[in-house]
Design a protein around this ligand. Structure first.
Ligand code: CMC
Length: 428
C-alpha cells in the first residue's frame, strides 16, 4: 500500500504522508499543505471528510455498525459492565481493578456536594426554562465555586477536576429536573451505587421512603453506557475545541452541553417522542408522515432516523430496542407510542428513500420510549444523554490536553465582497 498521496495543483506535484490507524483507517496528513502550496487550503463543511485529531478512545465503523470503547465492544460493555466502570475505562484507558474502582467511587462520593449558593442561581431560572440551558449554565457556574484552572502537567489536578465533575453533574441534573417538577432540591445517598444514587436523587419524594427499582436502575445504567462516548461528534468536538484554548474542564463541558441540546444531535430524543405524539394525535397514520419526510419541499424529517456516520445500522439502537421491550414489560407499561414507533421503523426499513440513503433508526429512536416509561418528562431526555456522555467528554478533553494539541482554528474560503470604498450614510 502506498505511503504517500500526491496532489497536483497548477501542474505542480505535492506529496503528503498517509497515516494509518490501528484499525487500518487511512488519512492524508495535510499539516504542511498551506506552507508548501503557498496558501491553498481544503474545504469540508460539516467536516464530513476531515479528521480533527488522532484519538485512542473510541473506534467506530459506520459501514459495519461497530462501536468500541478502548477496544471493548459496546455490546459486551452494555451487558457486563456498569456505567462507572465504563466511565473509568473511557477516561483512564483501562478497565479498573476492584481497588481502582472503589477508590474512584469513594473520591466521587467525597465531592458529591454542590455549594448551597448554586441553589440561588437555579432559583433565578423560571420553572419553564429548558433543563439543558439550566444544566449548561450551572456547569459553567461551577467554575466560580472551583476556580483553579487545571494544570495538565499535574495528574493529580486533572484527577481532582474529573472526580469533582463526575460527582456534581448528577446532582445538577437531578436538581434541574426537581426544579422543573416542583420538588425540593435534595442530595444523594452515598451508600448507593453511582446510577442508583442518581435515580434516587431524581425521584425521591419529600415524604415517604424511597425504594430503588432494579428494572429502572439497570435500564438507566445501560442507557448511560450506550451514550458514554461516540468519538468526534458535534458536542465532543465542541468540548475539544473549547478546551484547546486552555479553558478549564467545567466550562468546556458546559459548551458541549449547549452543542448537545440541538435537535439534530442529543435533542433528537426529545424530538422523537414529540414527533410520535404528534403522529398519534393526528390519528396515527405513519404513512402520511413518511411521505412528509420524503417530500423535499417539506422541512419535516423523521426524527431518530439517519446518522452522520452509521450507514448500515446503529449498534446502540439494536441494544436499546431490545431493552425498550424488556423495560416496558417489566414496568407493565403499555405505550401506544411504541406501536407507532414500530410501524414507522417497519415502513422506513422497506422504503426506497430510506434504504437508498441508508437511513436507519439511531440510538435516540428508542431511548425516549424507555425514559418515558420511567416517568421522566421529555425535556429531561437530553439531560439524560448529557449525563451519559459526561465521561466521554471528559476523556476526550483529557486526551486533547495530554497530547498538547494546538488551539482549534479552522480556515475558510472567503466569498464576500472585494475591497470597496466606504460610503457615508447619506450616499447609501
Ligand atoms: N428524515 C428524512 N430524510 C433524511 C433524514 C431523516 N431523518 N436524515 C437524512 N435524510 C436525507 C436528507 O434529506 C438527504 O437527502 P438528499 O440526499 O436527497 O438531499 C440525505 O438523507 C442525507 O442527509 P444529510 O442531512 O446530508 O446527512 P447528515 O449526515 O448531514 O445528517 C443527521 C445526519 C443525523 C443530522 C440526519 O440524518 C438527521 O437530521 N436525522 C434526524 C435527527 C436525528 O435523529 N438526530 C440524532 C442523531 S443520533 C444521536 C447523536 O449521536 O447525536
Amino acid at each position: 500500500m502506498s505511503k504517500t498521496a500526491t496532489l497536483q495543483i497548477d501542474g505542480k506535484s505535492y506529496e503528503f504522508p498517509l497515516v494509518t490507524g490501528t484499525e487500518k483507517e487511512r488519512a492524508i496528513d495535510i499539516k504542511t499543505l498551506r506552507g508548501v502550496t503557498g496558501g491553498v487550503t481544503t474545504i469540508d463543511p460539516g467536516y464530513k471528510n476531515t479528521g480533527s485529531c488522532e484519538s485512542a478512545i473510541t473506534f467506530l465503523n459506520g459501514e459495519e455498525g461497530i462501536l468500541r470503547y478502548r477496544g471493548y465492544a459496546i455490546e459486551e460493555l452494555a451487558e457486563k459492565a456498569d456505567f462507572l466502570e465504563v466511565a473509568y475505562l473511557l477516561i483512564f484507558g483501562e478497565l479498573p481493578t476492584k481497588h481502582e474502582l472503589d477508590k474512584f467511587h469513594a473520591d466521587i462520593k467525597a465531592q458529591s456536594h454542590v455549594d448551597e449558593d448554586v441553589k440561588k442561581i437555579l432559583d433565578g431560572f423560571p420553572k419553564s426554562a429548558h433543563p439543558m440551558g439550566v444544566l449548561s449554565s450551572l456547569t459553567s457556574a461551577l467554575v466560580a465555586f472551583n476556580p483553579s484552572s487545571v494544570n495538565v502537567d499535574s495528574e493529580e489536578e486533572m484527577y481532582n477536576a474529573i472526580v469533582r465533575l463526575m460527582a456534581k453533574f448528577p446532582v445538577l441534573t437531578a436538581w434541574a429536573y426537581r426544579k422543573r417538577v416542583g420538588l425540593p432540591l435534595d442530595y444523594g445517598d452515598d451508600s448507593l451505587g453511582y446510577v442508583d444514587n442518581f435515580v434516587k436523587m431524581m425521584f425521591k419524594k419529600p415524604s415517604g421512603d424511597y425504594n430503588s427499582n432494579k428494572t429502572i436502575v439497570e435500564a438507566m445504567d445501560k442507557l448511560l453506557i450506550l451514550h458514554a462516548d461516540h468519538e468526534q461528534n458535534c458536542s465532543t468536538s465542541t468540548v475539544r475545541m473549547v478546551g484547546s484554548s486552555h479553558a478549564g474542564l467545567f466550562v468546556s463541558i458546559s459548551a458541549g452541553i449547549a452543542a448537545l441540546w440541538g435537535p439534530l444531535h442529543g435533542g433528537a430524543n426529545q424530538a422523537v417522542i414529540e414527533m410520535l405524539e404528534a403522529i398519534k394525535e393526528d390519528g396515527g397514520d405513519t404513512h402520511k408522515f413518511m411521505q412528509k419526510a420524503k417530500d423535499k419541499e417539506d422541512p419535516f424529517r423523521l426524527m431518530g432516523f439517519g446518522h452522520r456516520v452509521y450507514k448500515n445500522f446503529d449498534p446502540r439502537a439494536k441494544i436499546i430496542k431490545k431493552s425498550a421491550d424488556d423495560v416496558l414489560e417489566a414496568l407493565g407499561v403499555d405505550d401506544p407510542v411504541l406501536d407507532i414507533a414500530k410501524d414507522l421503523e417497519k415502513e422506513a426499513l422497506s422504503d426506497n428513500y430510506f434504504v437508498d440513503r441508508k437511513l436507519y433508526p439511531n440510538v435516540d429512536f428508542y431511548s425516549g420510549i424507555i425514559y418515558r416509561a420511567m416517568g421522566i418528562p421529555v425535556e429531561m431526555f437530553t439531560p439524560m444523554f448529557a449525563l451519559g456522555r459526561l465521561p466521554g467528554w471528559i476523556a476526550q478533553w483529557r486526551e486533547m490536553r495530554l497530547r498538547k494539541e494546538p488551539i482549534g482554528r479552522p480556515r475558510q474560503v472567503y466569498i464576500g465582497e472585494n475591497l470597496r470604498p466606504f460610503k457615508s450614510v447619506e450616499n447609501r
